[in-house]
Design a binder for this molecule. Structure first.
Ligand SMILES: Nc1ncnc2c1ncn2[C@@H]1O[C@H](COP(=O)(O)OP(=O)(O)OP(=O)(O)O)[C@@H](O)[C@H]1O
Ligand SMILES: [Mg+2]
Length: 388
């Protein structure tokens, strides 16, 4: 007896879902995650006769694992019911695709996230920057932090000046960080939590770090340090427009820049240049602080050691460059007590709050600390009450 071809019981061709499920069991041999999650499956074609061809993206051309991937894909797909043959074709990811993959991997379990960069974060992050060195960034950072903490805010400081690291001494935070599980517990002084690269290098050994290491260090300071719920985080940046400023922009895009300058023309020009980097990184400039303004003599006479008007000039320049209003937040006079306080680890805002410098910094702290925190666009987890 003869059977008609149409009567032959044929196994149905496999579904695409079944093939993709099989592909999900294949891990990239190096990344150890399913190729389906890594965007490595370019296409799946299933012919009516059960012949399947799969195109796979390799992360780089000349990938040493190409044989392994090919045979693992072939084995996995061949095991699906209804598959009669498997062809595997290889392609290579574009730069764009590789970038997406790297981002996806970073967002996953590979690296801890920076809590302050999350959409729901209530912490205001201020990056204290200047073009020129020695204008008082660290002094301003430390005193702002101490003043805000005295006002009842929860404050943290990251000494991101990997070469300078003067913040712990200025704050009187000489303790060492401790490690609990995978978290680094920051020492605290005067109610301010602080972390600095200086706490991780033996003695005063100079640190020569390259860009990627700086980025990694900052990433760790932000992600692996247990900060708790902070109201304000201040980052003391190194002078200039270097790698760290770019890293801050990448790691905490919502960080706002606080520009410190002296009243001097030259310092004002460089401060403006440092501030305009914010335009490129799309960061907001919260304002300008003029430091080392008029020194008051015992006679009451004011001596403008570094000239006048630098703060205003920088603010005007930045307002033009950014197209948004950049205010002068305050002007801090030269004050021996501020310098002494820094040397002794006792911020002048606490020891001499009503001195010229102390009062000026406390006023700036009030403006920065009292600002509405970033609630806009956040879900508050409440449901509207029914009107009827
Ligand atoms: N308003 C001020 N009155 C008196 N001394 C000040 C004032 N501001 C800063 N100083 C002193 O000036 C010196 C430089 O200040 P500071 O270290 O804060 O500057 P910086 O911008 O952080 O420097 P760097 O670029 O090296 O990081 C310090 O000795 C500090 O005590
Ligand atoms: Mg400094």
């Amino acid at each position: 007896m003869q059977y008609m071809a149409t009567d032959t019981p044929t196994t149905a061709a496999p579904s695409e879902d079944a093939i993709r499920d099989a592909l999900a069991t294949v891990n990239d041999p190096e990344i150890h995650r399913p190729i389906t999650e890594l965007g490595m499956v370019k296409s799946v074609d299933i012919a009516a006769d059960g012949a399947v061809s799969v195109a796979v993206y390799l992360t780089v051309s000349g990938c040493p694992m190409r044989e392994t991937i090919t045979s693992n894909v072939r084995d996995a797909v061949a095991g699906v019911e209804g598959v009669t043959s498997v062809a595997v074709e290889l392609d290579v990811m574009s730069d764009e695709q590789r970038k997406e993959l790297a981002t996806a991997l970073r967002g996953g379990t590979a690296e801890r996230e920076v809590p302050f960069a999350q959409p729901g974060s209530l912490t205001r992050v201020y990056a204290v920057a200047s073009g020129k060195g020695g204008v008082g960034k660290s002094s301003v950072t430390v005193n702002l932090a101490a003043a805000m903490a005295a006002d009842g805010l929860k404050v943290g400081v990251v000494d991101a000046d990997i070469y300078g690291h003067s913040v712990p001494r200025m704050l009187g935070a000489e303790g060492r960080p401790t490690q609990v599980e995978n978290m680094i517990m920051p020492p605290a002084a005067n109610g301010v939590k602080v972390i600095s690269i200086g706490m991780f290098t033996p003695g005063n050994a100079p640190v020569v770090w390259r860009g990627p290491m700086l980025h990694r260090a900052l990433q760790q300071f932000l992600a692996d340090v247990y900060w708790g719920d902070l109201d304000v985080l201040l980052l003391d940046l190194p002078p200039g427009t270097g790698d760290i400023a770019i890293s801050v922009a990448q790691l905490v895009p919502n960080a706002e820049i606080l520009v410190v300058t002296t009243p001097q023309q030259a310092a004002a020009e460089v401060a403006e240049r440092a501030g305009s980097i914010a335009v490129q990184t799309h960061q907001k400039i919260v304002g300008v602080v003029e430091n080392m303004a008029g020194l008051e003599l015992p006679s009451g006479e004011i001596v403008d050691v570094f000239g006048t008007g630098g703060g205003e000039r920088v603010a005007e320049g930045l307002t033009k460059t950014t197209g948004t209003q950049v205010p002068v937040l305050g002007s801090i006079p030269i004050d021996v007590r501020l310098r002494e306080g820094g040397d002794e680890g006792r911020p002048v805002v606490l020891t001499d709050p009503d001195s010229g410098a102390g009062a000026a910094i406390r006023a700036i702290a009030g403006k920065l600390g009292g600002r509405q925190r970033g609630l806009s666009g956040m879900s508050l987890g409440i449901t509207p009450r029914n009107k009827f």
